[in-house]
Design a protein around this ligand. Structure first.
Ligand SMILES: [Zn+2]
Length: 243
């Protein structure tokens, strides 16, 4: 069976009807998952490549989690800043890793232009980091992990404190760990492990494991045998995420 199938979409910005490729559910099983939920797939079709739908007519790009409709102001915002400069291009067929990256960056631009929820923006930024990870581009991966972390923190500050969202807290710990902010990472992991109100057993276990992993890494680092360099590297926080 062909892993891809075609699905019809209507653009919520310009209302053009177009087709986009989707991956059949039986091809969506990950053979391996990283500790920040980045998936790896046996088939040569990565379902993550097809999450973003891109309108070939105006370039508006979104995921299923995005807004369902745009008001006139948001449409104008998008069309004035990006849509008017869009060179017609169709991402409806099979996508390479580079195509997928282009689609996610369009989704990021679209989301930023219309003022999409931080939770959606964070997910897009995190996915972009994964696409760079697949290509072993560590600098760009870390740059986007840092942007994703900043967006997750905004989500947490807006809603997470009341929700006691263990998965969100875990992700903030894990992304801090991955960009080398080990003290911040430990702060989040220890909160999840020690907060009696948190019941999410999987996230408690994962936090305990990653906390332990950091301890081992730090001990290895002190004995001089660690290969983990660049822990102090920092990005200019004013860099635009829309690059
Ligand atoms: Zn459109």
């Amino acid at each position: 069976m062909e892993p891809l199938y075609q699905s019809k979409m209507q653009c919520i910005c310009c209302e053009a009807v177009y087709t986009t490729s989707r991956v059949r559910p039986s091809f969506k099983r990950a053979t391996k998952t990283d500790t920040d939920f980045c998936g790896y797939y046996k088939a040569d079709v990565n379902p993550d490549y097809y999450v973003v739908r891109v309108c070939p007519n105006c370039g508006y790009a979104s995921t299923e989690n995005g807004m369902e409709r745009l008001n006139d102001h948001q449409k104008k915002q998008y069309l004035d800043t990006i849509g008017s400069r869009w060179q017609k291009q169709d991402y409806g067929g099979r996508r390479s890793g580079q195509d997928a990256l282009a689609c996610y960056k369009l989704a990021l631009l679209s989301a930023q232009t219309i003022g999409e929820k931080d939770r959606v923006v964070a997910g897009i930024l995190h996915h972009i980091a994964w696409l760079y990870r697949y290509e072993s581009n560590q600098n760009e991966e870390k740059r986007f992990l840092r942007f994703a972390l900043q967006a997750y923190i905004r989500v947490y500050e807006a809603e997470g404190v009341e929700l006691n969202n263990a998965k969100l807290m875990y992700l903030m710990g894990e992304l801090n760990r991955r960009i080398g902010e080990l003290n911040e990472a430990v702060r989040w992991f220890s909160r999840i492990v020690n907060d009696k109100k948190i019941m999410d057993a999987a996230m408690i276990r994962a936090s305990r494991e990653q906390w332990q992993f950091i301890r081992e890494e730090m001990e290895a680092g002190r004995s001089g045998s660690s290969g983990s360099a660049n822990l102090g590297e920092r990005d200019d926080p004013t860099i635009s995420t829309s690059a």
